[in-house]
Write a protein that binds this ligand. Sequence first.
Ligand SMILES: [Zn+2]
Length: 493
Amino acid sequence: MRALPLAVASVYSPKLGERLVPALRHGAMRKTTFVIVALMLTLPLLAAAVTVTTPEGPSEVFARGELFDVLALLRLTGADVEFAAAAGSYSAGTAEHQVQFTPGGALAVVDGRLNPLPGPIRLVDGHVVAAQATVAALLAPFGWTMRVAAGAPELIRAGGGERIEVTVVRAPAGTSLVVRGTKQRPRVTASQGAVALQFVAPVTLGRPVVPEAELLGAELHDTTLTLRLAPGVEVASSYPLDDPPRFVVRLGTATPAAPVAAKGTGSLVVLDPGHGGDDQGAKGPANELEKDITVAVARATAAHLQAAGVTARLTRDGDEAVSLTDRTALANRLQASVFVSIHANASVARGAHGAETYYMSADASDPQAAQAAERENASAPADTVQLILWDLAHVANLNNSARLARSVQEKLNALQGIRDRGIRQAPFVVLTGATMPSTLVEVGFLSNAEEAARLAAHDVQDQIAAALAEGIIDFLRAPVPEASPTPAGTPTP
Ligand SMILES: [Zn+2]
């Protein structure tokens, strides 16, 4: 409804506006009321379409006040737009990029990465609409933007300039990221987990960046190309080369071993050690830190999986901070078959003990589950509700997530000799972005002194890891009761 008065101002003369405002303010005569009602009735028709300027010529799209038809604008840029009924979300794609979004939300998954949008996407008269800034954010991955001058929208190709390609080149001397197609010498800024190349003149990505062991992905915003590096990979040096022109980023030699390809299964498991960096997670009476236990268990689980021929990757392999959204983003980019977030619990009930396995739900199954989610969500950005709404669109994975959780919990019950402890549900933010079956495991209670001491012991960590790996493998090998909407498998190098 907020859009209506604005539309009045833009469609009708300021003079009429001047007359209307005092009339409204002073209680209004019948005649004025009639005029307003008539305006409100005719406005939807008047504002139903707007002419958009595009490089190929003008085109009419649906608009309502400041809101524009998102799907029509995406199609005008050449993107294919489809509705996935199972997920309740729209998907816009080209050969290079994919953007998924759900009306009612203010989030988009861009190339597998969950991004907040400047504003919500709405449904008006059966049209998917959004304000200019949100439209621009949805168009950006495809190299387009939309500006609105004097109420007239215009679609513009954002990129231009050199068409660059990024590849990983392995040589006996070391591994490099090679940016082909540029004569520029960008400013290189290395940070933890990423290197940013700031070009002077515009560039566009001529080809999608294929994730590899060292390079997780790339994002181009304006003239800055951000290359996301695998944990442990560092930038050693950078320099331009001629003939053909290219820019080389040499990577550090402390490169982790490339994952062993899972022969036959094609499954990739992403293990997510909870917390890290300043975020220590729960703490035991003898200073046992959740962040240390989770990474130790995750590493051991990865080793057990690899030994069984299943490829495993960690969202962090050291003590670095990783945002909750980046954790599932890695799994999405790698098109992982399974995402398992590993944690250790804390409870005010001193006697609480044993492992618990959760899967995502907007509503917690019990007060203790709610408490666990609240604690694990502490490092999440403020807009938790939006994330939860988003996840509900992924109901298609819920059955498989429940199956995965059950498979893991069964093994943990057997290990810990616990009478059947069932799986639980809670709104864990870290699981909301996952587009594959996902679960969160609390391997035990750090608030319980005895259990905390056990969880810190390497042999116990390894036993838990073996149980986790078995549970995951059982899930992967079991016949799938229903088709998953997400294609599973490792990316081709
Ligand atoms: Zn935790």
